[in-house]
Design a protein around this ligand. Structure first.
Ligand code: ZN
Length: 302
């Protein structure tokens, strides 16, 4: 194993990110429906902080606009999202942003504190914040919905997928027990969640539908029309009624243990990152974007 992680030695950390776009998220609103599009197609919409904060701005804009009743989240290009940015030139984990939670800035912190503070803010904190947006959200998923991409789909109220979509969390390979927003055992039956994580295999849209993780599966050609027809129907409902309904069901999931599960998993998640650093292979078990893609390719070839 090689140490590919630029953060293994925090004293040498500096921001070397170079963005390929100034518009990592696109926003459009019409007929009561806001469409928020992840727009890093060259990198399969991997999520860097630039995109995270742009997503947050877009969600805020949709919430603030009284004419918007429903929010659709989708990805530009071949895939919905290939996960967190662990290797594009725009990877910006050492760059400070104006934070939305009250955890302190991570960029100058030593040891495991750096990633812990960062992931409280940009992964767990942001996902919880987006899950509680008081307007219905629909993830329109095509192609890959992997790791960090799953988190973005899971925070949405409904998930509509095209039949070419697949879902996958391969991070156990890095020694990590699943992505930061650990909803696996709530989105899936626990035994299926174990299979999903242990094997790290792709779950096709059809099986995800059977598991109740996805609301509808349609052909790629019908994906947009299906999502917008559902959105139009939802948009005809009263705003407050929708917000109250969403709030109740989100609280039900918390009463079922979602929040506690996630807090517990987040602790283990950071134990795993820290263990990996103690072992001298960086925070990702010695993997980077390239070696993960290679391992994944080999896995899915058979
Ligand atoms: Zn992490």
């Amino acid at each position: 194993m090689t140490n590919n992680d630029p953060d293994a030695d925090f004293t040498q950390r500096e921001d070397k990110s170079a963005y390929e776009t100034n518009a990592p998220v696109l926003y459009q609103a019409a007929d009561g429906i806001a469409t928020i599009t992840m727009n890093r197609p060259a990198f399969h919409n991997v999520q860097n902080s630039q995109m995270t904060y742009a997503l947050d701005d877009a969600f805020k804009r949709a919430v603030d606009d009284d004419s918007v009743k429903v929010i659709v989240l989708c990805g530009n290009g071949k895939h919905f999202s290939a996960g967190h940015d662990i290797g594009s030139p725009g990877r910006d984990i050492n760059k400070p942003f104006e934070r939305k939670q009250l955890w302190w800035d991570h960029t100058n912190k030593p040891g495991a504190e750096m990633l812990y503070a960062r992931e409280q803010e940009v992964y767990l904190g942001m996902c919880r914040r987006w899950r509680d947006i008081p307007k219905p959200t629909i993830a329109m998923v095509h192609g890959a919905c992997v790791a960090g991409g799953l988190m973005l789909a899971w925070v949405c109220d409904l998930i509509v997928a095209s039949d070419d979509a697949f879902f996958q969390d391969p991070v156990v390979r890095m020694g990590i027990p699943g992505v930061e927003y650990f909803a696996h055992a709530h989105e899936l039956n626990p035994r299926v969640a174990k299979e999903f994580l242990f094997l790290g295999e792709r779950m096709g849209a059809d099986r995800a539908y059977m598991m109740g993780m996805v609301n509808r599966v349609v052909s790629r050609a019908d994906l947009e029309s299906t999502v917008y027809a559902m959105s139009a129907k939802i948009a005809s409902q009263p705003r407050l009624g929708l917000a109250l309904t969403k709030t109740v069901i989100n609280r039900v999931e918390e009463l079922q243990g979602l929040r506690s599960t996630m807090d517990l998993a987040f602790g283990y998640h950071h134990f795993a990152h820290a263990h990996s650093q103690v072992m001298g292979v960086g925070s990702l078990g010695g993997y980077d974007a390239k070696s993960m893609a290679q391992a994944n390719k080999k896995d899915n070839a058979g």
